[in-house]
Design a protein around this ligand. Structure first.
Ligand code: CUA
Length: 143
């Protein structure tokens, strides 16, 4: 009887262990930027509103700025960022959101972020791209 209980406990522990492993793997996967097939429409910077709390931002990096350079969204918005570059390789980092991508010509990178706290989130280029590199930034205004 005790053996059965011990076995059952071991199985439960194993099951929890396996599920937590799967959970971690799944969480990591969703955290990695996805690659999207490139076409010229991604070179048009814009913000598309899908509904009141869902947005798509088409971000274009070019020496030495991002377009759009100011994005306004309400608190609680989920945003898909599609990022590309018109020239050299740029970085894309959203301060306070841990969103970190690379912008490359001919490539689109996608990353989703949810903005649950009001505030101004600074975006900056973290890849050296020439004399204007340190001025290359944009911002997201949530509120
Ligand atoms: Cu763009 Cu540094």
């Amino acid at each position: 009887k005790y053996e059965f209980r011990a076995l059952l406990t071991a199985m439960v522990v194993m099951t929890i262990f396996i599920f937590s492993m799967l959970y971690v793997v799944g969480a990591q996967r969703s955290d990695v930027p996805q690659c999207v097939n490139f076409d010229k429409s991604y070179l048009t910077p814009r913000v598309d509103k899908i509904d009141d709390s869902t947005y798509e931002v088409y971000m274009v990096a070019q020496m030495w700025g991002f377009q759009p350079d100011e994005i306004r969204i309400p608190v609680g918005s989920t945003v898909d960022f599609y990022l590309t570059s018109k020239d050299v390789v740029h970085g894309f980092y959203i301060d306070g959101k841990d969103v970190n991508m690379m912008a490359e010509y001919g490539n689109v990178t996608k990353r989703t972020a949810k903005f649950t706290t009001a505030g101004v989130y600074k975006i900056f280029c973290h890849e050296y791209c020439g004399v204007g590199h340190q001025n290359m930034e944009a911002r997201i205004i949530v509120g």
